[in-house]
Design a protein around this ligand. Structure first.
Ligand SMILES: [Fe+2]
Length: 407
C-alpha cells in the first residue's frame, strides 16, 4: 500500500503520541514500584490508641483491643481463672494500602513488671502464637491487605488469672499503593483510549477516502475514454484533419501547465480541446470536405460548427464550462472572430488557449492540400498575430515551448 504525504504525516503524529503515552505509563509504573518497596515498623502504645481519629500524622495506624465479656473458670491445676473474649481492631489511616503485615501484641504485666501468663482457648482471623512475653499475630490471607481508611478485626478467647488490658503493640508490614491511584495511570489510559479512537476514526476515513479516490479515478477514466471516442468521431468526419482534436487537446494542456494551472484545470482544458470541433458533426460532408475554394455561403455554414457545438454541449452539466471551448474557439482577440465577436478578455480564458492551440496545429500538421508550414513561418505567424488573432500573453507560452522543442 503506497502512502501519500498527508498519510505519512498522520502516522508519524500517531507514533509520536503513542511513544509519549508509553513514556508516561512506564514512568508511572516505575514510581509505583518504588513506592511499594516501603517497609514500616510501628510501635503503638495505649496512649497512641486514644489518638485514633485525631489525624496525628506521626501515628497513622491505630490498634485497639478490648475485653468484650468475661466469665469465671478453673485451669488444669484447679486454680481459678478468668476467661474473656478480647476483640481487636486495626485501623489504617496511613493514606496507603498496607500489605503483608503482622503484629506483636505484648502481654500485660503484673505489679512486678512480669508478663501475666495466659492460655488461648480459641482465636479468629489469623494465627496467634503466645511465647509468654508476647503474642505474634499473623493475619489470615483475607486480612493480608488493609486498604487505606479501612479497618480489620481480630481477636481471641484467653484464660488468665486476671482481666487483661492489652496496651502495647508493634506492627510491621509494607505500604502498598495501587497503580490507579497515580494520575499518570489515568493520563496514559484515557490518553490511549482517545488515541485509539482517533487512530480507528482516521483509518476508517482514510479507507473511505481511498475508495472515493479509486472511484473518482475510475469515473475520470470513463469520461476520458468517452471523450476520446467522441473526438475520434469528430475527426473521422473531417478527412483533412485526422487526429486534430487530440492534438489540440494536447497542446492546450501544455499551455495550461506552462501557465501554472492546477491539475483539475489542465484536465478540464484537455476535455475542452477534445470537444472543441464537435459541431462539425452537424456540418454536411460535401461542404466540410469540399475540394477547392468555398463559396461565401459554404464558409458561413462551416462557421456554424461553433454555435452547433455550443448547443450540443450545453447540457453537459457534469463538466461545466465545456461548451465554451466549442462555442468561442474561433473568437479573435481583436474582436473580429465569430460567432459573437467577443473582444480580448471577454473571450473565456480556456477558449483563448484552445484558439492558439487550434491555429498552431493547423499550421504544424500536414493536410492533403498542403504540407505543414516550416518552423520559422509558424513562429512568425504566431508572433504577427499576437494581439489580433491570439491573446498576446497566451501565444508567448506557445512560442516559448515551440522554440524550446517541447512540442
Ligand atoms: Fe474549429
Amino acid at each position: 500500500m503506497k502512502l501519500d504525504k498527508s498519510e505519512r504525516r498522520s502516522i508519524l503524529v500517531f507514533a509520536i503520541l503513542f511513544v509519549l503515552l508509553v513514556l508516561v505509563f512506564v514512568y508511572t509504573v516505575f514510581t509505583w514500584r518504588m513506592d511499594n518497596t516501603q517497609e514500616f515498623v510501628t510501635s503503638i502504645t495505649k496512649e497512641d490508641r486514644t489518638k485514633k481519629g485525631e489525624n496525628n500524622e506521626d501515628i497513622n495506624i491505630f490498634v485497639a483491643m478490648t475485653q468484650k465479656e468475661s466469665w469465671p473458670g478453673t485451669d488444669a491445676n484447679g486454680k481459678s481463672t478468668i476467661g474473656a473474649e478480647y476483640d481487636g481492631v486495626i485501623f489504617n489511616n496511613s493514606g496507603k494500602n498496607i500489605v503483608d503485615w503482622s503484629m506483636t501484641i505484648y502481654m500485660p504485666k503484673n505489679k512486678n513488671g512480669e508478663p501475666i501468663p495466659g492460655t488461648f482457648d480459641s482465636s479468629w482471623n489469623g494465627e496467634y502464637t503466645n511465647n509468654g512475653d508476647n503474642i505474634t499475630f499473623i493475619p489470615a490471607d483475607y486480612l493480608n491487605v488493609i486498604p487505606k481508611n479501612e479497618e480489620k478485626t481480630y481477636g481471641f478467647v484467653m484464660y488468665a488469672g486476671t482481666n487483661l488490658d492489652f496496651s502495647e503493640f508493634e506492627i510491621c508490614g509494607y505500604y502498598r499503593t495501587i497503580l490507579p491511584e497515580y494520575p499518570g495511570f489515568w493520563v496514559a489510559t484515557v490518553g490511549f483510549l482517545i488515541w485509539l479512537t482517533w487512530v480507528v476514526a482516521w483509518a476508517v476515513m482514510d479507507a473511505r477516502a481511498r475508495k472515493l479516490k479509486k472511484q473518482k479515478a475510475h469515473d475520470e477514466k470513463i469520461i476520458e475514454e468517452t471523450m476520446q471516442v467522441f473526438a475520434n468521431f469528430i475527426d473521422a468526419k473531417d478527412e483533412y484533419t485526422k487526429g486534430h482534436s487530440t492534438r489540440v487537446s494536447f497542446y492546450s494542456q501544455k499551455i495550461a501547465k506552462r501557465m501554472g494551472m492546477s491539475d483539475e484545470e489542465i484536465k478540464m482544458i484537455g476535455y475542452m480541446g477534445l470537444m472543441h470541433d464537435c459541431g462539425k458533426i452537424a456540418i454536411p460532408d460535401d461542404v466540410l470536405n469540399k475540394k477547392g475554394a468555398l463559396t461565401e455561403e459554404e464558409r458561413e455554414i462551416i462557421k456554424e460548427h461553433t454555435t452547433r457545438g455550443g448547443q450540443m454541449l450545453e447540457n453537459f452539466t457534469s463538466l461545466p464550462g465545456i461548451r465554451d471551448g466549442a462555442l468561442y474557439h474561433h473568437e479573435r482577440y481583436d474582436g473580429k472572430g465569430y460567432p459573437q465577436g467577443l473582444i480580448g478578455k471577454e473571450i473565456p480564458l480556456y477558449a483563448r488557449i484552445i484558439n492558439v492551440a487550434d491555429a498552431f496545429d493547423a499550421m504544424n500538421s500536414d493536410r492533403c492540400y498542403r504540407n505543414r508550414l516550416p518552423k520559422n513561418r509558424i513562429l512568425s505567424e504566431l508572433r504577427n498575430n499576437a494581439g489580433t488573432q491570439f491573446d498576446p500573453e497566451i501565444v508567448e507560452y506557445m512560442i516559448a515551448m515551440y522554440q524550446e522543442g517541447k512540442i
